[in-house]
Unconditional design. Structure first.
Length: 273
């Protein structure tokens, strides 16, 4: 297991989570995959780390992974479940067969992982959420919450069905969080008071880094569980313990570049397996 990060037989194959629209499902079913496109090869792409290339001068050419959070006006989801869905959707897309060698999402995905790893979270409700399901990506439901991760690309080329969604206002009320469940725990530094949109991007980073820090066998086992995890707000004592795990090489930490909400270099999330 590594520490801080700035931002065979293939037993788990095919999309881990299905898409709702028939046209997306049909396109996936029709795709033919290379024998070299294995879970191990896709995991190796995460394990190699990220390029960290400088941003282009033209902001429209910046590469990012869009995330959309389903936040209806009436009966909004629990914050912890929404963030768990975002974390799981992100890592599920990163290990989806369609990002593998020779597959339809490979070029866009590997270009993104060679640059600065960025995610932008938006909110959707009603017809907006249903329209978002028609854009290539992976949706995960956790309890009463849903999130969808999309194939990364240039922000200037973002699909209109996603571009029109609101970035601001991606917040839900905090709640009394349940005890952690089976699987890794992604601890959020509660003192940073991040919006749920910002936190969703950060736990997405953390789930990617954690998967890459695992062995292939460990990651395959995690994938078999649907990437089950808990996302919880850490009090000072919990944050200290999690930080100790990072220093011992048993956990991974996300340090934010500081473009929005938090100071540059802030540790936002610690993922403990």
């Amino acid at each position: 297991m590594t520490g801080d990060h700035m931002t065979g037989d293939d037993m788990i194959d095919g999309p881990i989570f299905g898409e709702a629209p028939d046209d997306v499902a049909a396109a996936t079913a029709a795709e033919e995959f290379s024998p070299d496109n294995t879970f191990a090869s896709r995991h190796a792409e995460l394990a190699r780390g990220y390029g960290g290339a400088e941003d282009p001068e033209d902001p429209s050419q910046v590469l990012a992974m869009p995330l959309v959070l389903h936040i209806p006006k009436v009966d909004p989801p629990l914050r912890s479940e929404l963030l768990e869905a975002a974390a799981r959707a992100t890592v599920a897309l990163c290990l989806d067969q369609r990002v593998g060698v020779g597959a339809s999402w490979n070029e866009a995905f590997t270009e993104w992982t060679s640059a600065r790893i960025r995610k932008v979270a938006r909110r959707a409700r009603g017809a907006q959420w249903h329209a978002a399901q028609e854009v290539p990506g992976v949706t995960v439901d956790v309890g009463g919450a849903s999130a969808r991760a999309f194939v990364p690309g240039r922000v200037g080329d973002l699909d209109p069905r996603i571009k029109r969604l609101q970035i601001g206002g991606t917040d839900v009320s905090a709640e009394d969080e349940p005890a952690v469940s089976a699987g890794p725990v992604l601890w959020i530094d509660a003192s940073l008071s991040m919006t749920v949109g910002k936190a969703a991007a950060q736990v997405g980073h953390a789930s990617m880094l954690l998967a890459g820090a695992m062995s292939t066998a460990q990651c395959r086992e995690w994938a078999a569980s649907g990437f089950a995890c808990s996302v919880r707000s850490a009090n000072p004592e919990q944050w200290t313990r999690a930080s100790d795990e990072v220093r011992a090489g048993r956990a991974v930490a996300v340090r934010d570049a500081g473009f929005t909400e938090v100071a540059p270099g802030s540790t936002t999330v610690i993922a403990v397996p």
